[in-house]
Ligand binder design. Sequence first.
Ligand SMILES: NC(=O)c1ccc[n+]([C@@H]2O[C@H](COP(=O)([O-])OP(=O)(O)OC[C@H]3O[C@@H](n4cnc5c(N)ncnc54)[C@H](OP(=O)(O)O)[C@@H]3O)[C@@H](O)[C@H]2O)c1
Length: 122
Amino acid sequence: MVPAVNQVELHPFLQQAEVRRYDAEHGIATEAWSPLAKGGELLSEPVVADLARKHGRTPAQVVLRWHLQLGNVVIPKSVTPSRIRENLDVFGFTLDEADLTTLAALDRGERTGPDPDTFNVA
Ligand SMILES: NC(=O)c1ccc[n+]([C@@H]2O[C@H](COP(=O)([O-])OP(=O)(O)OC[C@H]3O[C@@H](n4cnc5c(N)ncnc54)[C@H](OP(=O)(O)O)[C@@H]3O)[C@@H](O)[C@H]2O)c1
């Protein structure tokens, strides 16, 4: 039995290349848990801010667009109506190869949540 979806913590600080490759090879959709890294430091990261300025978008939109272009299922959380609208408005621009290379360099294996390898292990 192959699962349809694998939801793992996934954002530019934790890019999960190996998991995404495995999922793709097995026809499993990869869904991002905490796609905005909980809206913290990632959204004030200078590289992300530069790309936001370049595209006339917000840092959150750049990160969400990055997820979509990688093929991730992405469901950001917000209780703020203006942010919910902003987070939906990510289909009118495209990150180019240089942008994607820049964002790839942000990967630092940093989790905001528990590590499934050690979670609840006595
Ligand atoms: N499978 C499950 O059962 C389950 C259950 C619970 C959660 N989850 C996962 O948990 C995640 C929930 O959220 P999370 O907090 O961990 O991560 P997140 O979606 O990465 O970040 C949410 C945070 O970012 C802020 N934010 C949202 N849009 C923003 C924007 N455009 N600009 C600036 N800040 C923005 C939100 O603030 P405001 O809300 O104040 O606007 C909130 O503090 C979801 O991605 C979901 O996949 C899964």
